[in-house]
Ligand binder design. Structure first.
Ligand SMILES: [Zn+2]
Ligand SMILES: [Zn+2]
Ligand SMILES: [Zn+2]
Ligand SMILES: [Zn+2]
Length: 489
């Protein structure tokens, strides 16, 4: 989701350090922090087909290889295929001659037959010789993967290896505990057998099965014998209409047809509905409705509804060592009056860092099933480099912005303050007249970027929990980066 007019000229600094436009940010009402797609957990809620809206549990989706059994995509242009009906004249001349009379009339009854057709590129299933089907949905011939046996072998092998590694890990844990001497393992104390322990741990007990899968596995061998290219490969004219493009070939990795006459309809890939969770507090940030036909959300904590929004209205070209005018629009999206103050980015009080790494480790591990590796997250989340060369002159006074009023959207009247900073005021919007001062050192032609911070009051409507002494009113900070074109001469 992005604006057509201002894709990402205004970026917000997420609490993890990423720079994102407000339309791709979330706001956790429990931590009171901005979160982005990188610093939240993504969970798959349900699988569904985007074409027929059939919903299915994840086990079924896995069984169907995440593809819908009744919808197809065009193998040529990847548009959804439509089922078309034709009437086929029955061709049974010998029977007609023999029977005659009433039977003749009955036999001549035209029969409906169906084929698949692409409304975008006009590809049809008849082009590749797939016979028309007597039923509208399903029944399309399925091709078997020529490498099914090998793929299954590989799958069994890797499953066995994963199982073995899991068992080894359990063994290691057990040894570690017994060395310490403090803990008595479950097996020692209760007389549980190893198989029972594995059962409790949710592991299959067939130890023999896994080792046999590993022992019987034959690894692939690289071979120097490769079929020669045909003699006319460099001399024969290429007809681009008859050979497939790389995308078309790779869309069906099992067959990889080289010629368009071998293209087959592609079973449509399933889509997922996902919910997103804050990594620090485990609360949901978004949760969609279960019904695949619904585009509504049960929970939808988007930054767009909670964080003051800044849009650039106009600006003068930034020139080295000069002041340029900058007009911005500030919107209060919340239903409460907001006190906003503009600050320099370095004036934002530092956030207490103590809760962050611990909780992120925990949830990273939970969501990605990773070993604890804080260094990974630390390396990726870093404070963005803010340009110190272009400064926004920030007025010291706090500005109050009216709450959002849906009825006032139709109001055209803007009030003009006799204020240096506020150009006009309209419902929950403010137009601000600011100045950008560029350093002498900036080079003409380089991108002109400027950063400033917002201090804003936020009223939390979440009912306070029994344990935490939560205040309803908070003072929050956010840092923004403005993209102001390029530096002029
Ligand atoms: Zn949170
Ligand atoms: Zn983030
Ligand atoms: Zn479908
Ligand atoms: Zn097509």
């Amino acid at each position: 989701m992005a604006y057509l007019t201002q894709p990402d000229y205004v970026k917000y600094v997420c609490s993890c350090g990423q720079l994102k436009p407000i339309t791709s940010l979330y706001f956790c009402r429990h931590c009171l922090k901005i979160r982005c797609g990188f610093c939240i957990c993504h969970e798959v809620d349900s699988h569904y087909c985007a074409n027929c809206l059939e919903n299915m549990p994840s086990s079924e989706a896995r069984l169907k290889k995440n593809r819908c059994s009744s919808c197809f995509d065009c193998p040529s242009c990847f548009h959804t295929l439509s089922t078309r009906a034709t009437t086929a004249q029955p061709r049974q001349p010998p029977q007609d001659n023999a029977a005659g009379g009433d039977a003749k009339v009955e036999n001549k009854q035209p029969k409906k037959m169906y084929y698949l057709s692409c409304f975008n590129c006009r590809w049809t299933s008849r082009d590749v010789g797939i016979p028309d089907q007597p039923v509208a949905s399903g029944g399309w011939p399925e091709r078997t993967n020529p490498f099914t046996t090998r793929v299954n072998q590989l799958l069994d092998y890797y499953k066995a290896i994963a199982l073995q590694e899991k068992q080894e890990k359990i063994e290691r844990e057990r040894k570690k505990f017994s060395i310490r001497g403090k803990f008595i393992t479950l097996t020692d104390k209760t007389g549980l057998t190893g198989a029972m322990a594995r059962n409790i741990a949710g592991l299959p007990s067939a130890e023999g099965g896994s080792s046999s899968a590993i022992a019987n596995f034959t690894p692939s061998q690289a071979s120097a014998d490769v079929a020669e290219l045909p003699d006319d490969i460099f001399t024969k004219d290429v007809n681009l209409k008859q050979i497939t493009s790389m995308c078309q070939r790779l869309a069906s990795p099992e067959w990889q047809p080289a010629s368009v006459s071998r293209l087959h309809p592609l079973a449509k890939l399933l889509s997922v509905k996902r919910s997103q969770r804050c990594r620090a507090c485990d609360h949901n940030l978004t949760k969609p409705e279960y019904n695949p036909g619904s585009i509504k959300f049960k929970i939808e904590l988007l930054a767009y509804y909670h964080v003051p929004e800044i849009k650039i209205m106009s600006y003068e070209t930034i020139k080295p060592g000069q002041k340029s005018a900058l007009l911005i629009k500030l919107t209060n999206p919340t239903g409460h009056e907001m006190q906003v103050r503009l600050l320099q980015p370095e004036d934002v009080p530092p956030v207490e860092e103590d809760e962050q790494p611990k909780s992120i480790d925990k949830s990273l591990e939970k969501s990605l099933n990773l070993e604890k590796d804080a260094s990974l997250y630390k390396a990726m989340s870093r404070a963005p480099v803010l340009p110190p060369s272009c400064r926004v002159t920030a007025p010291a006074a706090a500005l109050s912005v009216a709450p959002r009023d849906d009825a006032a959207e139709y109001d055209d009247d803007a009030t003009h303050d006799d204020n240096d900073i506020i150009l006009w005021r309209k419902s929950n919007k403010l137009a601000l007249r600011l100045e950008v001062t560029a350093d002498e050192s900036v080079t003409p032609g380089a991108p002109a970027q400027s950063a400033f911070a917002l201090e804003y009051s936020y009223r939390n409507t979440v009912p306070p929990s029994a344990t935490a002494s939560q205040h309803r009113d908070h003072t929050l900070y956010t840092t923004l980066l403005l993209d102001l074109g390029t530096i002029g001469e």
